[in-house]
Design a protein around this ligand. Structure first.
Ligand code: HEC
Length: 122
């Protein structure tokens, strides 16, 4: 015996109405989503290192902006002297395993202090 035969006629009708309403709502929802072109807005590219003819520039581009953008350098005090930058580079290597050779540290520090620190050309 079909289950529907337990229901009074008008309740069956109502159920049918609700069903078609839900079906239409679902159809239009998926229809709209399917037609819409999905876009993703990426944040703007991270701050790049300031270009420089110093040899440390290329080295810093390899070793210093893999984990964070150059924004971190930009926000250091412009009064920061050579030892400050040297400690910074050594800390990046020792604490965070920044991929750089000890032999490259002087060049990188030189670039940093002259580009972001207190040896900047006026
Ligand atoms: C392996 C990942 C990694 C690399 C490579 C790396 N850093 Fe960092 N750096 C970090 C992390 C993580 C922080 C934030 C944690 C912190 O502030 O101690 C940070 C923070 C900084 C800061 C913000 C100041 C501070 O004390 O937090 C500066 C400036 C900085 N890094 C410079 C550099 C320079 C210069 C190099 C290249 C020699 C470099 N980083 C390479 C991971 C890295």
């Amino acid at each position: 015996m079909p289950a529907d035969s337990f229901m009074p006629k008008d309740l069956m009708k109502k159920r049918g109405l609700i069903f078609s309403f839900v079906a239409v709502a679902l159809l239009s929802a998926t229809g709209v989503a399917g037609a819409r072109v999905k876009t993703i807005n990426l944040p703007p590219d991270g701050v790049q290192l300031r270009a420089s003819p110093l040899p440390g520039y290329e080295k810093a581009r390899i070793s210093c902006v893999a984990c964070h953008s150059a924004e971190y350098m930009q926000y250091q005090p412009p009064t920061a002297a050579r030892p400050y930058w040297e400690n910074m580079v050594k800390r990046m290597k020792a604490v965070f395993n920044a991929p750089l050779e000890d032999a490259d540290i002087p060049d990188i520090v030189d670039y940093l202090v002259k580009t972001y620190g207190n040896e900047q050309a006026p």
